[in-house]
Ligand binder design. Sequence first.
Ligand code: SAM
Length: 234
Amino acid sequence: MFPGGGPAVDFYRADVDQHGGRVLELACGTGNKLIPIASDDHPCVGLDFSADMLAEARRKADERGVAVEWIQGDMRNFDLGRTFDYVFITANSLLHLHETEDLVSCFRSVRRHLAPGGRFVFDVFNPSVRVLAEADGTRRTRTSLSFTDPDRGSVSVDVAETYDASAQVTRGTWYLSTGAEPDFFVAPLEIRSIFPQELPLLLSLGGLELVERFGDWSGRPFAADALVQLCICE
Ligand SMILES: C[S@@+](CC[C@H](N)C(=O)[O-])C[C@H]1O[C@@H](n2cnc3c(N)ncnc32)[C@H](O)[C@@H]1O
């Protein structure tokens, strides 16, 4: 058994345990979610664009003695020649796709890879018009984004960003800090917003149906003030 790692990891582990089978994570990064899921004895495939991310994911999985198949690919359009019972995209990774055509093309690829009765789950943030309206390039602390890192402890998040309303894309820099290590991680981020009413339409263009939407990791129904859109699709 692999130790837990926060509410998102706990949610995906429990959901895969319940709905199970062959698992595919798109934009898997370094396998933060997928390695714990694979350690629960589910056959897992992780796909990511970045060779560096996959190399780190492979290193971590090997270190823990967990078997995962890592594949370099583009979630906008891929063909793995097989189907999966559970496909997921987590941690806003879907929002790296800015163009509507890319999102729909990704959903079509997911659809082709879902086995009959298969489940597609993803989480994206719920855009806040207040946060978007104040995105004027000024660096601000986002208390709602602070989190606890297993190694570093309590981490605060500052963001300096601007919002392009016509593209629905926020462009900026994220700064992660602890009391002991200010700005230990600084990275640019360009991320699309998917608004609640457009989300099911994008899915349906990709041949998928939104069957349930939660507003947090405990399964609270989605509401206007939710931070996350946790989407269950078929
Ligand atoms: C936030 S990180 C991954 C986080 C990971 N899902 C987790 O929960 O730890 C986002 C990942 O998306 C990947 N990515 C971005 N665009 C992609 C694309 N078109 N196809 C596949 N992966 C992509 C990046 O390489 C990066 O590893």
